[in-house]
Ligand binder design. Sequence first.
Ligand code: MG
Length: 483
Amino acid sequence: MLGRHRKDARPGVPSNERLIFHIDMDAFFASVEVMCRPKLKGKPVIVCGKPTTRSVVAAASYEAREYGIHSAMSSVEAFRLCPHVIAVEGNPGQYIYVSLELLRIYKERSTIVEPYSIDEAFVEMTGTECTWENCEEVARAIKDRIRERFPGLTASIGIGPNKLVAKMCSGFQKPDGVSIIRPGEFTAFFGGRGVTNIWGVGDKTAVALSLMGVTTIGELAAFPVAMLRRRFGIMGEILHMMAVGRDDTPVTPYFEGMPVKSMGHEHTLPADTWDIAEAERVLLRLSDQVARRMRKKGYLGNVISMRLRFSDFDSVGRQKKIEFYTDEERVIYRVARDLMHRHWRPGQAIRLVGVNCSGLVRIPEVLQIDLFRQREEDSHRKLLAAIDAIRDKFGEHAITRARLIRHDAKTWSSTTGSRRVSEPRFLRMGVGSGERANQSLMAGWHDAAPNLDTVPLPPGLSSSPFDMLRHQDLEDRKRAGKE
Ligand SMILES: [Mg+2]
């Protein structure tokens, strides 16, 4: 039965009234492979990219994990740990299909479903028939539905009063578990655990905290916020909130949410150029515009892509995932310029330059920020804020980089100014357009594919699972109309 949500089951509702599921599939890629090839059942299985010697483990079955194999490890290392491990080449199309079918199951319970990665989703149960009293039953029923639909697939479900807590506890009883943390129980569960148990707090942050004498979540919660702020900037406050289990970020339903999974600009040069320096200047300006738009909308991203079109209309697009989230043009520019230098063709004139930032998260949701950088760049951020303020008041061209001044006159202002810059064209949706499409979709769901660092970016594709769910809705409605 479809759960109805009240109007007030929305952001802004006190967090103790919310009820959120985080559903995380167990060893997803490996489990799908085993489901499709029953002979693999009970055996150590790893899912890799192309079966070359240099591929990386994208997922490992629990049998393989017993040998110490884990994802992101090289397959060579996996074979060393377990010589009889069975390596299977990944099948992205299949994972996406299963993923969408799983989301369909979650949608039976609530209209507010947020795909978080290819095998994880948040479901807002606030205001549905699910309550704190029956939530365990509901979770078990969802797991039964999954098993019914896909024999052999199991999920671990975390239930909490917000996304942070739900996400943090879904891993408690993996595989096939249900973990519930009710309002007010957070500290009892997590207080004594290490800070790396906080969603997104990594080793670097843990080291920085340990230098301040903080090793457990309880200690972090009790630590003076002002000192955290001094050390980590705005992230200090977020760290404190996370340490007390507070999180107000809404579950963003696929149908209204995150229309932007990427932000980008591209620019066709007034005349084709052989001069890489010229292309660099355009890239710098575009990076600046992208970063500014991201700051304005409150997004950070960690996948940067660059596109060049040559005079013969052939184009090349490449993307790179960076280790931290950013909204700064100098970071975007640096990565995009690197990609440009690696992929431009010196004999060919450049016609168009584009840059795009994806892997976007809203700022309060950023949990994997590299806090060292954050601090280092505090003064730079102040500068950016000042520049943004000037531009808000006096327009985009009120302030610019010295490097761009003469260039601006030539390339930008002589045309129709920034209006000539188009919206991103090279990341539109393409559901079901063959294998290449699937590969790109996988690349977009970057969390799921640690081995996809620099991947070719076919034009005309979007990686948004939100788009795909909308597409699914449309198909469902069409089918319902026919019946
Ligand atoms: Mg998982």
